[in-house]
Structure formats: structure tokens, C-alpha cells
Ligand binder design. Sequence first.
Ligand code: RAM
Length: 362
Amino acid sequence: MTIRTAARGRTAATAAAVCALAVALTACSGTTKNDAKNDAGGAAASSAKADPNAPLKKNLKMAFLPKQINNPYEKIVDDAGIAAAKSFHGTAKEVGPSDASASSQVSYINTLIQQQQDAILVAANDPNAVCGPLKQAMKQGIKVVSYDSDTAKDCRQIFINQASSEDIGRSLIQHIGKQIGYKGKIAILSATQNATNQNTWIDFMKQELKDPKYKNMKLVKVAYGDDDDQKSFQQTQGLLQAYPDLKGIISPTTVGIAAAARYLDDSSYKGKVVLNGLGTPNQMRKYVKDGTVEQFSLWNPENLGYLGAYAAAALASGQITGAQGDTFSAGKLGKFTVGKDGEVILGKPTVFDKTNIDQFHF
Ligand code: RAM
């Protein structure tokens, strides 16, 4: 580890040699300016000064580590990030597990550290399970950006959030409330039990439900489909069996809402039970057109990946450190400012229904 740390300070051959000799020591500090800065690690910790005018470095190597690779939503995000990296002469790739379980990303992070990536972008399956290796990465000078689903705050430098978490959570209750006339039982079909993004949204949904206007609505159950199509389908069936008078389901996951729509479409509940949540227009088009689903929301996943790539490059180039108030330019998306706790917000979600869905192709 000591040798690898020195090797990352590519300009400091002498320091690297000294450091290699010091392999028996537990740390090899003060080798390069870069390493000194990296020793700080973590979102708030970096004491190095940002230089907003520093040019973007060329040939940056970065990797996207999604919750799971076989999720169409994550694929759109990561493909857009990979294309963005090309536009600033870097290279990016996507690696990751096929299941979204808590610890499934750990071995991938370890490999990315060994490969000496300049930046790792992670959509965390669990806010804490990935922390050990991510802190290790930051210690070695690798920049860490969470996107889509955050890690604990000290395990990354920046979190690229798709939209305000509060807006996402509250608006889903507002939408379904209106659709069911603010009356009746509702359930949530979520992703995994540990997913930071879904859990944050669900907390805001519960907050919103405390408003007296929802006094006749009751959240009866949060079910977990684990972002697995089959499990989400079965969980939908289970919800409707357990609560035959259910009025609505909110599924704040693209995998969950598509599976739930498929179940409803072929059942006697079609048109009777309202399904709302977060989905991709391409997966939901059929169900909107045939009347199974009236509306759902999402941000632009391509822009999320694009912004993630630019943020990672801005960190790796020293334009930003992740401190509140740092600003950077994200190509065609314009300028962004780092907010509290290293959060950068992409924008507002779009609501899709039959009037606009054909304008969207992702
Ligand atoms: C699924 C994933 C992802 C989430 C979207 C809305 O694809 O759970 O993390 O942001 O849904």
C-alpha cells in the first residue's frame, strides 16, 4: 500500500523510491503535494485549496460502480458518464455486481484501488458497507464520488444527487394523494432494505403523510423487491393479496415500478389500484398507453452520469475539493456549486404521463 501510494504521485520519482524503502512503515506521508492533500480524505476533511481555474487533467481513468449492472436505469447513467469522460479525453468504465445486496460492491472497490483509478463513482447499495474500501481509496489519492445512492458522508468527497431528496419523497405522496382522492390504504414497493436513496425518500414520504390533508390515507406496508424484477413482481402480488382494498402503490425504483406495472396490467386490479413512483419512460410507455399507469416521475439519467463524470474530473484536477461553495463547470450542463455535506444537485424531476411520454426516449 505504501509503495502504491507513492506510485500515484507520478511526478515524484525520488519520493517514490524513498517511500518504497520505507515499506515497513505503516504510512508514507509527505511524499508529494498530491499525497499530502489526499491524506485528509473524506468529504469535509480536505484542507487543500480548490483552484477553480485549474484545467481538467487529460487521460483521467475513472470507473462507475452502479448498484447492479443489469439494471437498465443504471446502464443509462453509466453509459452517459463513460461518454462524458471521452469528451474530456479521459477513460471511464462500468464494473459492478449483478445483485444489489449490501456488501456486493466491496470486492469491486478493492480491485479499482489496485488498478489506481483516478476516481471511483459509486451508487451505494448500503451507506456503510462500502466505507472501509472507499476510505482506503481516498487515502491513496483516488477521488470518490457517490451518485444516485449516497454512502455515509465521510466515505466520499461528493454526492451527486439526482434531485432534492425531500422533493422526490414529498412529491410522490402529493401525486398519489391527488390520484386516490386523499383517501385509502397505500403501500410502498421499494428496492433493497439498505438503499440510501430509497430510504431517504421514504422518510420524506412519511413526513409528508403527517400533513392533516392525508388524514384519511394510511401507509400500510413498505415491501422490498430488492431491485430484482421477479421479486418485485411477487411482492406486488403479495401486497394485493394482503390488502385487497389497497388504493395505491408507490414504487420509488425503476425496477420495482416496471415489475408492478406488469403485474397490474395482467390482473383484475388494472385501472383500480393506482401505481405511481419513479420509472424510465422506455420501460413505462406501454403501461401509460394502455391505462395501467397514469403518471410517474424521473430525472434525466443521462445527465446524472454526465454530471458525475465532470464532478469526478473536477475533483481529480484540483478544481474542487468537495467543500461547500466550490464551483465547477459540467460541460453542456453548465456550472454547479457544491452544497452542504458535499452534495451537488442535478435538478428537478419530470412528471411523465400520456401527454408527454413520447417526447422522452430513455
Ligand atoms: C432504480 C435504482 C436507483 C434509483 C432508481 C429510481 O433503478 O434503485 O437507485 O435511483 O431506481
